[in-house]
Each structure stands twice: as structure tokens, then as C-alpha cells.
Design a protein around this ligand. Structure first.
Ligand code: SF4
Ligand code: SF4
Length: 310
């Protein structure tokens, strides 16, 4: 366990130093190299440990997305100082500091994300595209069974996400009202978004406490984007489906769910909005009682949908 903590502290420090080598950039290239190295190294190790074809494809696609949109296209091709796979509200500054790419970030934030999440579920962004989600699936793969299970975040954490979301709206409105030139605006943005949210919660807590609380700490307890995406996903087409006639209530799926969803005790067709579609519960279920679907399940959502292809 001590070895795990030391590894995570070292990785956090590596990320922290790489960011601060070029503080004038939102996501500096050095940080891009560090993150991409982590994705590839830990992603390769995680890829080897899983057997479900869906999960193997997930690793290939999500790492390729990072290499292309987090690194190659923005930094090497178009010489932009921000990754292309980030969006409002997690990175509100893309709407006022993105220069010529404002249209890109606006479309990604307000059109692409809602549409793909509605069609394919929260996994479309949180597992395949978001860099923090991909770090959780790669670096955090060995810590899926750690932390509390089958327990939704307390109302306090949900309220915190709403507070961050409201703050993001306030900062965005202020930025478009011309306040970005004010020193107080820059200072407040630095304290709230850079120091508290990103450095402390999204990086330090999310990485260093993995051996204690499991992977996806940020996604589960703090992410304001996850809050919005979860709401859309709940109304969308994605569902985790359980065949009640096969399930023997062993709880193995719950033990492996990094989002602490109560799959065992949950409904046969689960649209919690929290599921990030990692596929691990489907893989570990000894009775093959679980499947994921993006097909419309209308009327009475019966458990016999489980296990069928849609
Ligand atoms: S792992 Fe499978 S059999 Fe066990 S509780 Fe979960 S769905 Fe049921
Ligand atoms: S419910 Fe299954 S697919 Fe969804 S996040 Fe949990 S383990 Fe992953």
C-alpha cells in the first residue's frame, strides 16, 4: 500500500511540475507529454489485464483520442496552446481564451457533448474523450475495487457540484462582460479553478488517494461536467441492463464499479446517469447477466432485455 501511495505522489508531482513549467499556458505541451506517456504506459498494462473485446477497444480508442486531440493536433499541427478535448463547464476559459478556436470549443461544449451523450451515454465523453476519465481508466485500473461501493455520493457532494457549476456560469458571464482584464477576476479564477478545483481536487486528491478511495474520485464526487452529462445521459438511450433471471446477487459487479453504482440491488434497466460505461461489471459478472445498450427500450423495461444484442 505504501508503494502505491508513493507511486501516486510521484505521478502527481510529475504532473504538477510539468504544468508549472509553463504557467502562462492553460494546458502546456510539457503536461501533454506527461499525460500522454501515462495514458500509453498504464493503458497498455490495463489493456493486457482485460479480456472483454469492448474494454480492449475502449482502451485503444480512448488513448488514440488523447494522442490526437490532447497532443498531436493542437500542439504539433495547429500550434494551439489548449487541448481540443476539453469543454465548458470544466474548462470555462475555453470560451474566452480560445482565440480563433472559440467556435470549436462552443460546438464541442454545447452541441457535440449533449448529442453524443444522449445517443451513446455518459461513456462517450467521460470514458472515451475526457483526459481525466481516461487517466482513471488507465492509471486507476488497479484501484477499481477500492473505496466505498454501491453508495451514491452524499447530498453534500452533489451540492458542491452545483455550486461549482453556478460559479462557472458566473465566471463565464463576467468574462464576456469584459472582466477578464480585472486583476480580481484573474485572482479569483486562479484560486477557484486552478488551485482548488484542478490542482487540489482533480489532480492531488484524485490521484494520490486512489489507493484509499478507488479510481474516479473526481468524476464521482466533484466534477461539474459529470453532473450535467449525467442529467443528459439519464434522459438518453444508454442503459446498463441486467437479466434478473441470471443474476445470483453475488455483488461482484458492485465491487468492481468505480462509480459506486448499486448494480446488484439496482433496477434491471439502469439509467442512473452515473455509469461511465467502462464495461468492467459486464466483464466480471460470473453469470453473464449484464449488458450495455444504446437501443431504445420502450414501455415496460423488462429484465429479459439483458444479454441480448441491440
Ligand atoms: S456480478 Fe452478475 S450475478 Fe453477481 S450480482 Fe452482479 S449482475 Fe448479479
Ligand atoms: S455500472 Fe458497470 S459499466 Fe457502469 S461504471 Fe459501473 S462498472 Fe462501469
Amino acid at each position: 500500500m505504501i508503494k502505491d501511495y508513493l507511486k501516486m505522489v510521484a505521478i502527481f508531482l510529475l504532473i504538477f511540475i510539468s504544468i508549472n513549467l509553463e504557467v502562462n499556458k492553460v494546458i502546456p505541451p510539457v503536461m501533454g507529454y506527461v499525460f500522454c506517456t501515462l495514458y500509453v504506459v498504464f493503458g497498455f498494462m490495463a489493456y493486457q489485464k482485460h479480456g472483454l473485446p469492448y474494454i480492449k477497444k475502449m482502451y485503444i480508442v480512448s488513448i488514440a483520442v488523447q494522442l490526437l486531440f490532447f497532443m498531436a493536433i493542437p500542439y504539433w499541427l495547429i500550434k494551439n496552446n489548449m487541448a481540443l478535448n476539453i469543454s465548458w463547464p470544466l474548462y470555462p476559459e475555453v470560451l474566452w481564451a480560445a482565440g480563433g478556436l472559440l467556435a470549436w470549443y462552443a460546438v464541442v461544449s454545447f452541441v457535440f457533448v449533449p448529442v453524443v451523450v444522449f445517443l451513446f451515454g455518459r461513456r462517450a465523453w467521460c470514458t472515451f474523450i475526457c483526459g481525466t476519465g481516461v487517466l482513471a481508466e488507465t492509471l486507476g485500473n488497479d484501484y477499481r475495487t477500492f473505496g466505498s461501493k454501491a453508495k451514491a455520493p452524499s447530498p453534500g457532494f452533489v451540492a458542491l457540484k452545483w455550486i461549482v457549476l453556478v460559479l462557472t456560469v458566473v465566471f463565464t458571464v463576467l468574462a464576456f462582460s469584459g472582466f477578464t482584464r480585472e486583476k480580481a477576476f484573474g485572482l479569483a479564477f486562479m484560486i477557484v479553478f486552478i488551485l482548488l478545483l484542478r490542482t487540489l481536487l482533480m489532480q492531488a486528491v484524485n490521484i494520490i488517494l486512489m489507493p484509499k478511495l478507488g479510481t474516479r474520485i473526481w468524476c464521482k464526487y466533484f466534477c461539474p461536467q459529470g453532473l450535467l452529462i449525467g442529467l443528459i445521459s439519464r434522459m438518453g438511450r444508454f442503459a446498463l441492463v441486467k437479466d434478473e433471471s441470471l443474476c445470483m446477487r453475488c455483488g461482484i459487479c458492485n465491487q468492481h464499479c468505480s462509480m459506486s453504482i448499486d448494480i446488484t440491488g439496482g433496477p434491471a434497466v439502469n439509467r442512473s446517469g452515473e455509469c461511465v460505461g467502462c464495461g468492467v461489471c459486464v466483464e466480471v459478472c460470473p453469470r453473464k447477466a449484464l449488458s450495455m445498450t444504446t437501443g431504445a427500450i420502450s414501455g415496460v423495461e423488462k429484465s429479459w432485455h439483458a444479454g441480448k444484442k441491440f
